[in-house]
Design a protein around this ligand. Structure first.
Ligand SMILES: Nc1nc2c(ncn2[C@@H]2O[C@H](COP(=O)(O)OP(=O)(O)O)[C@@H](O)[C@H]2O)c(=O)[nH]1
Ligand SMILES: [Mg+2]
Length: 221
């Protein structure tokens, strides 16, 4: 896919100015390991992961929204270039990867397939030294799904920072949104403040980019 540069005029804020599909891998020997940082996205199938990645990068077709879920189990890397400005007004460029991980929770998934999902993800996390943050996506309409609670508990055990991102926030009214956000905070305690996101209005993009900036520009790796 050709690289596209965004015409972003807000140049003082941390922003992504270039994004391109880089590589899909299925096994450890193929992992990208070039010293760049990685921010990975994970969540239930249909939670809005591809839409969120597209929104974050301001690219309509970057991650395929319609890609048939569950058929292929691949780790997809997107090469990202971002720019930030320090207090002195000097611009800095960052090169990193956004990593799209296979979703969990398909209907009719056997225990064997769940186990292989877990070992697939655990291996990626274990052997990717550039990985600095895991974004776990939760549908804001359904904060209490047992499968998300299980995934969170399991991911927490892997010892990486986790950022909860609540998707499809545009589908809720203000009151329900606040109520469900409180519920997410309660259920996913220990992961900081959840970000409410809408891939339609892009509400939440600045908040999430600000969080990503801390990891991409900081030295937490
Ligand atoms: N209203 C609304 N719909 C969304 C949002 N994000 C995703 N969707 C819809 O939810 C469905 C699944 O989205 P997709 O990004 O393919 O989910 P994925 O399987 O997690 O990658 C699609 O029909 C999207 O258009 C959102 O923020 N708001
Ligand atoms: Mg998808």
């Amino acid at each position: 896919m050709a690289e596209k540069r965004n015409s972003n005029t807000e140049n003082t804020k941390f922003h992504i100015f270039s994004s391109a599909y880089f590589r899909s891998v299925v096994e450890r020997a193929q992992y990208v390991n070039d010293g760049k940082k990685e921010i990975a996205f994970i969540g239930r199938s249909n939670v809005g992961k591809s839409s969120l990645i597209n929104s974050l990068c301001s690219r309509r077709g970057l991650a395929m929204v319609s890609r048939d879920p569950g058929k292929t189990r691949t780790i997809n890397y997107f090469a990202i270039q971002s720019r930030s400005m320090d207090k002195e007004g000097t611009g800095h460029r960052q090169d990193w990867y956004l990593v799209d991980l296979p979703g969990y929770g398909f209907a009719r998934t056997s225990q064997k397939s769940k186990d292989s999902w877990s070992s697939f993800i655990a291996e990626y996390i274990k052997f990717s030294p550039g990985l600095v943050l895991l974004c776990l996506l939760i549908d804001l309409r359904h904060p209490g799904l047992p499968i998300d609670a299980k995934a969170y508990e399991w991911l927490q055990g892997l010892g990486l920072p986790i950022q909860i991102v609540c998707t499809k926030s545009d589908k809720l009214g203000t009151q329900e949104k606040q109520k469900n956000l409180r519920e997410v905070k309660r259920l996913f305690s220990g992961s900081g403040h959840p970000v409410a996101y809408s891939a339609i209005s892009h509400n939440g993009r600045d908040d999430l980019l600000h969080i990503i900036e801390q990891y991409v520009c900081g030295d937490e790796s």
